[in-house]
Design a protein around this ligand. Structure first.
Ligand code: FNR
Length: 171
């Protein structure tokens, strides 16, 4: 079974993007083996730290390197991607020539409470992952407008239409 490294761009305990990531994990459990990549303990990127990479950076890079593909699920912050996600992408690209993103297949997804559901953030993210040399799965796109009746807090998809939508995306 192919392995997928899940990167979530929100650190919040009750994050709707964490919930969407769990829903994707549950919906695609027979298709992929998912591992969640921890980005919450990464220090702010500082090139001075590159000579001896901090432990959380090493762990993140190992987790991504070991996976067959990457799935990024992220909120939109001020019409772009959250700083914590950009920080993780920057760390994973360094030191020069030792990055872990290049050549990895990647898919993007995101949840918001509003109707345009992370479209602008994902558009920015497309530029970044393309620059990093990742193999972007451009279609289908996944812009999820969160409603409590669609996915339960533990990531169980409680709405059949949503289940089908997530399933088609994963396939
Ligand atoms: C937001 N939010 C937001 N939503 C959106 O659709 N477009 C945006 O540009 C922004 N900007 C923004 C900035 C900041 C700093 C915050 C904290 C929030 C709202 C956002 O979609 C909402 O808070 C989500 O619930 C955040 O995702 P998680 O943390 O629940 O996964």
């Amino acid at each position: 079974m192919p392995t997928v490294a899940l990167v979530v761009g929100s650190l919040r305990k009750d994050s709707i993007n964490k919930k969407l990531a769990r829903a994707l994990e549950k919906t695609g459990a027979d298709l992929f083996s998912f591992t969640t990549v921890a980005i919450d303990a990464l220090p702010l990127f500082n090139q001075d730290l590159e000579e001896k990479l901090p432990e959380p950076v090493l762990r993140m890079k190992e987790a991504v390197a070991a996976a067959d593909a990457v799935l990024i699920v992220t909120p939109e912050y001020n019409r772009s991607i959250p700083g914590v996600l950009k920080n993780a992408l920057d760390w994973g690209s360094r030191p020069m020539g030792e990055g872990v993103w290049a050549g990895k297949p990647v898919a993007l997804a995101g949840a918001s409470g509003g109707s345009v559901g992370t479209a602008v953030a994902q558009s920015h993210l497309r530029s970044v992952v393309t620059f990093l040399g990742m193999k972007l799965s451009a279609q289908p796109e996944l812009y999820f407008t969160d409603r409590p009746e669609l996915i339960a807090p533990d990531g169980t998809v409680t709405d059949e239409k949503t289940k089908g939508y997530l399933r088609r995306y994963l396939e």
